[in-house]
Design a protein around this ligand. Structure first.
Ligand code: SF4
Ligand code: SF4
Length: 331
C-alpha cells in the first residue's frame, strides 16, 4: 500500500481537474494497479473535517505512514511570513506550517503543477499573497522548504510542473514511486521528471513543416508556425505535449494557441503578452534551445528564400488552401 495525501493551497484546482482526465490508464485504474491508496483529496474524499484533521494527526504522530505528500497550488506565506492568508479550516494553523511538518513525515514530496513547484500564476505581478513554491521561489531554489531540504528517501521536491500538469505526468511519477522505480537521475535540473522534460514541445508539432521554412502565422488561427510572430516557445519548452496528446488528441498548438512554456518558472510573466513574440532588430529574443543566434539568422533567411509557394500560401490561411502537388514522377 502506497499512501498518498493530496493538499491544495494557492491555486485554481486545475491540476485536479486535469488528473481526472487521465486516460491511459484512468486515475482509479492507475491507483489500483500499483496499490496507491489516496488517503485524502479535497475534492474526491468524503471524510468530514474532523476525520481529516484526525488523519493529519495520525500521520504526524506516526500511526499512518505517508509515502507521498502532493501539493497542488502555491504556498501562501503572506502576510509578513505568517502564512495566515491560508489557514487550514478547523485547525487555526497556516497551511504552510502543515506542509512543513507533513513533508518531514513523507517518503516523497511532490509539487503538482507550476504553482506548487515555482509559485506560478498565484505569484505573478507584485505577488500580494507572497506565494512561492515548495522548494523554489520562481527560478530560485529555496521556497518553503529551503534549497538543501531532502525527503526521507533523499529526494528534493519532485516538481511535476505544468499549468495544468498533464494527467499522465502525475500518474506516471506516482506509479514509479509506488513501484520504487524512480531514480534521482531521472529528475532534470529543475527537479522535474525527465520522463516528460527530455522532450521539447516543438517535437511532433503539426506545424513543423512551416517552422522549417519560417513560414509564419500572422494572426491566431493561421496554420503557420507561431514562433516568429505569435509568441510560441515550443522550441524552448521542456514537455512532450505534442507527442503525448492531451485528452486523446489535443495540445495547445493543435488548439491554435502558442506554447507559453508553462512547465518553466516565471512563464506567467512573459516579456510581452503571451501571443506576441519579443524581438530585437526583428529577430526573436527567445531562440530555439541549443541553436546559436548567427546560425538561426542564417538558416531563417535561407529557408525563407526557399519556401515553396504552397507552404507560404497555407501559413497565413485558416485551412489548407494549397494542397501538395502530385509526385514529380507521376504522369
Ligand atoms: S508553432 Fe511552436 S511548437 Fe509548433 S513548429 Fe512552430 S515553434 Fe515549433
Ligand atoms: S504546449 Fe506548452 S503551454 Fe501548452 S501545456 Fe504544453 S508546455 Fe504548457
Amino acid at each position: 500500500m502506497f499512501n498518498v495525501l493530496w493538499l491544495q493551497s494557492g491555486g485554481c484546482g486545475g491540476c485536479s481537474m486535469s488528473l481526472l482526465n487521465a486516460e491511459s490508464p484512468d486515475v482509479m485504474t492507475c491507483f489500483k494497479s500499483t496499490d496507491i491508496n489516496l488517503l485524502w483529496h479535497p475534492s474526491l474524499s468524503e471524510a468530514s473535517s474532523d476525520e481529516f484533521i484526525a488523519l493529519l494527526a495520525d500521520i504526524l504522530n506516526g500511526n499512518i505512514h505517508l509515502h507521498a505528500l502532493c501539493l497542488e497550488g502555491s504556498v501562501m506565506t503572506g502576510p509578513n511570513g505568517t502564512g495566515l492568508f491560508h489557514v487550514l479550516g478547523g485547525t487555526r494553523k497556516p497551511m504552510m506550517s502543515w506542509l512543513s511538518e507533513l513533508a518531514e513525515k513523507a517518503d516523497y514530496t511532490l509539487a503538482i503543477g507550476s504553482c506548487a513547484a515555482f509559485g506560478g500564476i498565484t505569484a505573478a505581478g507584485n505577488n500580494p499573497s507572497d506565494a512561492c513554491g515548495l522548494q523554489y521561489d520562481n527560478a530560485i531554489l529555496g521556497g518553503l522548504l529551503g534549497a538543501q531540504w531532502r525527503s526521507i528517501k533523499g529526494f528534493p521536491v519532485i516538481n511535476v510542473a505544468g499549468c495544468p500538469t498533464h494527467p499522465d505526468w502525475v500518474t506516471n511519477v506516482l506509479m514509479q514511486l509506488a513501484l520504487d522505480d524512480l531514480q534521482l537521475s531521472e529528475l532534470d535540473e529543475l527537479n522535474r521528471p525527465r520522463a516528460y522534460t527530455n522532450q521539447l514541445v516543438h517535437h511532433g508539432c503539426s506545424r513543423n513543416e512551416y517552422y522549417e521554412y519560417k513560414a509564419s502565422a500572422e494572426v491566431l488561427g493561421d496554420i503557420g508556425c507561431m514562433m516568429e510572430h505569435k509568441g510560441c516557445l515550443g522550441t524552448q519548452a521542456r514537455a512532450d505535449c505534442n507527442i503525448r496528446p492531451w485528452n486523446g488528441s489535443g495540445s495547445c498548438l493543435k488548439g491554435g494557441y502558442p506554447c507559453i512554456n508553462c512547465t518553466a518558472p516565471e512563464f506567467e510573466q512573459p516579456r510581452l503578452n503571451f501571443t506576441e513574440t519579443p524581438k530585437i532588430a526583428g529577430i526573436p529574443v527567445g531562440l530555439p534551445t541549443d541553436m546559436p543566434k548567427a546560425w538561426f539568422v542564417a538558416l531563417a533567411s535561407l529557408s525563407k528564400a526557399a519556401t515553396p509557394k504552397r507552404i507560404r500560401q497555407n501559413a497565413t490561411a485558416k485551412h489548407i488552401i494549397s494542397p501538395p502537388g502530385k509526385p514529380k514522377d507521376m504522369k
